[in-house]
Design a protein around this ligand. Structure first.
Ligand code: SF4
Length: 463
């Protein structure tokens, strides 16, 4: 597990120094949220779909053991080799040993957040194996030496001019050319060579059907299909929660996924891989990496229902204005903030506090995960376990003392109003981060409580 030196707030502060980028990042993600809304409103049964998907996933979580064994049996009957990995390290070792058995040093990989979670690229790089990410956005961040900042839109924080410069440096495109169509064509040509020569292709898994032993991979670029069809070996890496019971359930999840992710009615390619083609070998690596532990945490197990659509990120006001890298976890945003602490509470204790608890994430989640409630519950766990800073702890204790005693609350309000009126510099100064971005409101003459009592009296007299 990587050691972190800065917390979310400090990294968000860094991201916020480039104001035009923050505004543009915010607007772009909000545009996708609006696209999602339009796509959703076209389906009258949307809420039924969400409810059904949520119940199917509940059933999967209740019977995960049985569905996994059913999936393994079916996949083996299809001629697929199934591996089980307890954690990230085991996953990486298994993938490496398969690659080694084929004496290969260059491989292609389509988007897989699980391999990001396991830091597979770094692991294979140390073993002398070159991994080329074939999703365009992932390739861009890979060339830039960065992790993805969003689970569906990995390079959403990059501007086209910056990508033009990056391609100029790495792919030799003409300097100053930032035309998206031209850059995409250049990337296609560059990747085509890798597809043609790679004998091993790694893919992620969006859904694994227990009934048939098949996996489904959703992409908009067809890169997973191309990689797998041209390779001798297909390795599919999946978290154990990706299981769905039957093929007929796919219709529900595919409709929800594409609309929630990008506002499309369906993903361009929803590719089914059931068995290796003649002469090819196919492996599926089923990874736990903390998932069984999460399954036992009554308050947090729901997070395992996630289908990685990214809708909660696009709608989150904190994510949109702090950028994905400020979360320092493979999965950023609201869902990452509830997944990360269950993997490493100490290292990710800052994330459940990176939220306004507005509940917008839970409102858009296609599988009805109670994200904002879990964020709030994580805060309670973290405070209880002593994983918050002494300053935050003292602040919370102070607020609890004030809010639990009406007398102290009223007196604090009156004192606050007095200071704001006569010595405003005590509050409105550079040390107050809130003030940096905002005009402080005019101080009210009286508290709501005073106003209410006064008006009720007057009203009572009139009555
Ligand atoms: S938590 Fe829900 S909204 Fe967020 S990525 Fe997962 S499925 Fe999508």
């Amino acid at each position: 597990m990587e050691q972190r030196t800065l917390d979310h707030a400090a990294l968000a502060d860094k991201f916020n120094r480039d104001e035009p980028r923050v505004d543009w990042h915010d607007k772009t993600l909000w545009f996708i949220r609006e696209k999602r809304d339009k796509a959703v409103w076209q389906i009258t049964e949307w809420e039924d779909l969400r409810e059904t998907a949520s119940q199917i996933k509940n059933n999967v979580l209740d019977n995960l053991h049985d569905y996994l064994l059913e999936f393994e049996k079916q996949a083996q009957q299809n001629g697929v080799t199934v591996h089980w990995a307890a954690n990230a390290e085991e996953h990486n070792r298994i993938v490496h040993s398969i690659i080694q058995q084929h004496g290969v040093t260059d491989i292609v990989k389509s988007k897989s957040m699980l391999t990001e979670e396991c830091h597979l690229n770094e692991y294979l790089h140390e073993k002398g194996i070159t991994v080329v990410d074939t999703d365009l956005g992932e390739r861009i961040v890979q060339l830039a030496g960065e992790p993805p900042s969003h689970i569906v839109l990995p390079c959403i924080h990059w501007k086209k001019e910056e990508i033009g410069e990056l391609f100029h440096q790495h792919l030799g495109t003409p300097k100053g050319n930032a035309d998206p169509q031209f850059l995409t064509a250049a990337a296609r040509e560059h990747l085509r060579q890798r597809f043609l020569t790679s004998r091993v292709a790694i893919t992620g898994v969006n859904f694994a059907v227990a009934e048939t032993g098949e996996i489904v991979v959703c992409t908009n670029e067809g890169n997973a299909d191309l990689g797998v069809q041209l390779a001798d070996v297909h390795i599919a890496c999946m978290g154990i929660e990706k299981i769905i019971p039957q093929r007929k359930h796919l219709g529900i999840f595919l409709r929800l996924l594409a609309r929630s992710a990008t506002g499309q009615p369906t993903t361009t390619y929803s590719s089914h891989f059931r068995k290796p083609r003649p002469g090819q070998t196919m492996h599926i690596v089923l990874v736990d990496n903390g998932r069984s532990e999460r399954l036992q945490q009554e308050s947090f197990r729901n997070a395992l229902k996630c289908i990685r659509c990214g809708a909660c990120m696009n709608t989150c006001p904190v994510y949109r204005r702090s950028g994905g890298h400020s979360y320092q976890y493979a999965i950023a945003g609201p869902i990452g903030s509830i997944l990360a602490p269950s993997l490493d509470m100490k290292n990710h204790a800052d994330l459940p506090f990176a939220s306004t608890l507005c509940g917008s994430c839970s409102n858009v989640c296609p599988v009805k995960i109670n994200i904002h409630e879990q964020l709030y519950q994580w805060r309670q766990v973290l405070v209880k376990e002593g994983y918050v800073s002494p300053v935050k702890k003292a602040g919370i204790a102070g607020m609890a003392a004030v809010l639990s005693k009406p007398g102290i609350y009223k007196a604090s309000g009156a004192i606050g109003r007095w200071f704001m009126k006569y010595i405003p510099v005590l509050v409105n100064n550079r040390l107050n981060p809130w003030y940096k971005q905002r005009e402080m409101p005019a101080v009210p003459k009286q508290s709501f409580n005073e106003w209410y009592h006064q008006n009720r009296k007057q009203h009572g007299k009139q009555g």
